[in-house]
Write a protein that binds this ligand. Structure first.
Ligand SMILES: [Fe+2]
Ligand SMILES: [Fe+2]
Length: 246
C-alpha cells in the first residue's frame, strides 16, 4: 500500500458518505440581469462536470496494474462520482432558477476528445487544466450574483476542487519525477501552453461572469497561470520520487 494514496482514498471515501446538498435558505429569485449574466456560462460548466470518465477509469486501472499502485483507480472513481455530484447540484440550482441545461458545447467536446487519446498521464494533465481554471471560475461565479444559495454552492464546489487538484497534482508530479530533466521541461512548457490557450477560450466564452468578478484578460490569464505554478511548477522533493515505503 502507498502512503499518500491511502490518505487520498480515506478522504474520498469519507466524502462519498457525506455528499453535500443544495444549500437551502430563503428563496432568491435571480434578477433578469443576473440570469442573463450566468445562464449560458453555468450551463457550460454543468455539462463539463457530467463526464462518466469511463476512459479515465480504464486508463487508471491500466496504470495501477502496470505500476502496482493500487488504489489509484478507486480514488479516481470516487473523484469522478464527486464531479457528477457537482453536475447534479448545479443542475438542481439551474432547475430551481429556470436556467436551461446544455447537451453539448464545443469546449467540452474538445476536452473529451483530447482526454480519450492517451494514457493516464495525459488524461490527468487535461483534467487538472480544467480543474485549475474551474477553481478560478467558481470563485468568480460566487461574485456574479447576490444569490446566497449560489454563493454557498460555489464555495462547496471550490472546497471539493481543492482536493481534486491536490490529488491530481500529487499523482502527476510523481509520474513526471520518473522522467528525465529534459522530458519534464518539455512537458511543463507544453502543459503551460495548453493551460494558457484553454484559459483564453474560457475567458472569451465566460466573459460576462469573469468581468463582473473584476477580471480583465491579463489578470485572468495571470491567475490561471499562477494556479499551475503553485500546484505543478515546483520540482518534486527527492524523497517523494516514489510513493512506496522505503
Ligand atoms: Fe467539479
Ligand atoms: Fe473537480
Amino acid at each position: 500500500m502507498l502512503i499518500d494514496l491511502k490518505i487520498w482514498l480515506k478522504h474520498f471515501e469519507y466524502h462519498a458518505g457525506r455528499r453535500v446538498v443544495l444549500p437551502e435558505g430563503r428563496p432568491y429569485t435571480l434578477t433578469d440581469c443576473e440570469r442573463r449574466r450566468i445562464a449560458k456560462s453555468i450551463a457550460t460548466f454543468q455539462l463539463g462536470e457530467q463526464s462518466e470518465g469511463r476512459s479515465l477509469v480504464r486508463a487508471a486501472y491500466e496504470y495501477e496494474r502496470r505500476h502496482d499502485e493500487a488504489p489509484v483507480a478507486r480514488v479516481i472513481e470516487l473523484l469522478i462520482e464527486e464531479e457528477q455530484q457537482h453536475a447534479t447540484l448545479l443542475g438542481a440550482f439551474m432547475g430551481q432558477h429556470g436556467i436551461a441545461c446544455k447537451n453539448k458545447d464545443w469546449t467540452d467536446g474538445i476536452f473529451r476528445f483530447v482526454r480519450r487519446q492517451a494514457g493516464l498521464e495525459l488524461y490527468l494533465s487535461v483534467l487538472i487544466t480544467a480543474e485549475l481554471i474551474g477553481k478560478v471560475y467558481y470563485r468568480a461565479l460566487e461574485c456574479a450574483t447576490d444569490c446566497k444559495q449560489l454563493q454557498a454552492l460555489c464555495r462547496m464546489m471550490v472546497a471539493d476542487e481543492l482536493a481534486h487538484i491536490g490529488f491530481e497534482s500529487d499523482l502527476l508530479r510523481t509520474m513526471r519525477a520518473r522522467r528525465s530533466h529534459f522530458a519534464r521541461f518539455l512537458i511543463s512548457v507544453t502543459h503551460r501552453l495548453f493551460l494558457a490557450s484553454t484559459a483564453l477560450a474560457v475567458w472569451v466564452t465566460h466573459l460576462r461572469v469573469l468581468r463582473h468578478a473584476g477580471y480583465r484578460t491579463r489578470s485572468f490569464m495571470r491567475t490561471c497561470n499562477a494556479q499551475y505554478s503553485f500546484y505543478l511548477g515546483s520540482s518534486l522533493p527527492a524523497d517523494r520520487t516514489s510513493w512506496k515505503r522505503a
